[in-house]
Design a binder for this molecule. Structure first.
Ligand code: LMR
Length: 420
């Protein structure tokens, strides 16, 4: 029988959850008193001085909103700011997408990319089946697994994605694993700038994936957290999603403005459900709204208003694109500098993959033990799979990091670098 003495709490036996693989690092980093500490964990852009960056165009819009007496803090509807949803769908699907012409798409505002996944998977569990199999790439963003399970679906299965030998996409393994997936399974695809590997399929490889998806009756769920960060072009980075929409299949598309507009903490994103045939949009929208109402009622307004203002104004949009290119350039520059420093200090191994990978991260090939050494001895923080957020590096820290990597590679030789 339960102990009912005044000191026993029904919550007393709840076990502690493990720290989050990415956000847990921020907590550790913040409490580290070392003056040399470097945070290469979470994927958040930093300036050349290592500072958080508010895009000037974002700052201006925020100022204008604050000064505008017609700005209010009224509730948004469950599906969010209509104008933002329309502009966001155009950004990823293209303004002239066939999904718009045939009224095949429904877009709701979401709490950034994670929120889009969470609402999308809940929708899948409710209206496809709670037993729907979900396939995620191996490796993938660590939170994908959590979101799938918390949405009431079985634990995600993994499909082969990355070839550790070549540092490129293992397209044959990927196609083979997806061919074996049962019809109706959800396949999570990173639209561009794969996190954590920085390796994306080529257009030809996407065509092969599309073929498997079509022939196998699979349902893609595109996670687009980095549009504009892979190539520096918003259009090019939307190629994969648009190609699949053109092929006329049922799919889900998540978007985030955390990285590309720097609106991390504002939680601005969108979920789009694209159907192979029009005709059921109102019903789909009503169910998404019902899910959102019970989950958080309606989304926050500020970030969506900022994003909508930029997306809907040609001049500000152009300015944003220019800012995006600059951020992508600084990341590319740090790739060159890190590789250069590793070559210069004679770190064993080939480090070309650091410059060949794209997006916000470098999947260095360092093992968990080497990552641990870098943290304990040098106060350099990165995820245990050896992923580095490149924007966390600066001119001042790149050599320090390269020297620490050399020490880790030299002193823990065994199983060092994935054959790259
Ligand atoms: C990351 O991968 O570091 C980012 O997407 C931030 C996050 O929420 O994990």
């Amino acid at each position: 029988m339960r102990d009912l003495s005044p000191t026993s709490s029904i919550f007393g036996t709840i076990p502690e959850a493990p720290p989050d693989a990415i956000l847990g690092l921020n907590t550790q980093y913040r409490s580290d008193p070392s003056p040399n500490k470097v945070n290469l964990g979470v994927g958040a852009y930093r300036t050349a001085d290592g500072q958080p960056y508010v895009l000037p165009v974002v700052r201006r819009v925020e100022q204008a909103l604050a000064d505008d007496p017609s700005t209010t803090h009224e509730y948004l509807p469950q599906d969010g700011l209509k104008e933002f949803c329309n502009l966001s769908a155009s950004l990823i699907l293209g303004a002239h997408s066939p999904a718009f012409a045939d009224r095949r798409s429904v877009t709701v505002q979401a709490l950034s990319g994670t929120g889009a996944l969470r609402v999308g998977f809940t929708f899948v569990a409710r209206f496809l089946s709670p037993q729907t199999a979900v396939y995620i790439p191996k490796p993938s963003w660590s939170n994908h697994k959590n979101v799938v399970v918390q949405s009431g679906l079985p634990p995600a299965k993994e499909y082969r994605y990355f070839d550790y030998g070549t540092g490129a996409v293992d397209i044959n393994g990927m196609v083979e694993d997806l061919t074996a997936a049962p019809a109706g399974s959800i396949v999570v695809l990173h639209g561009c700038a794969h996190n954590p590997t920085g390796a994306d399929p080529s257009h030809e490889q996407w065509e092969r994936v599309l073929q498997v998806v079509q022939e196998g009756g699979l349902v893609p769920f595109f996670d687009n957290a980095y549009q504009g960060f892979a190539s520096g072009s918003l259009e090019e980075d939307a190629w994969s999603v648009r190609r699949f929409v053109d092929a006329g299949i049922d799919m889900l598309v998540g978007q985030s403005y955390a990285k590309n507009m720097g609106l991390y903490g504002e939680r601005v994103g969108a979920l789009t459900v694209v159907s192979s045939e029009g005709g059921n949009n109102e019903a789909i929208l009503s169910q998404l709204k019902a899910i959102i109402r019970a989950m958080y009622s309606n989304p926050p307004k500020h970030g969506a208003m900022v994003a909508a203002a930029i997306l809907g104004h040609a001049g500000m949009f152009a300015e944003w694109e220019e800012e995006l290119r600059k951020m992508a350039d600084r990341i590319r520059d740090m790739r060159q500098k890190l590789r250069g420093a590793l070559v210069k200090n004679g770190t064993p191994g080939n480090w070309d993959h650091i410059v060949n990978q794209i997006g916000m991260f470098s999947f260095t090939g360092l093992t968990a033990a080497q990552v641990e050494l870098m943290k304990n001895k040098y106060h350099i923080y990165m995820t245990s799979n050896g992923r580095i957020s490149m924007a966390g590096l600066t001119e001042d820290t790149v050599e320090y990091v390269a020297d620490a990597m050399k020490d880790a590679v030299v002193s823990l030789k065994k199983g060092v670098i994935h054959n790259m």
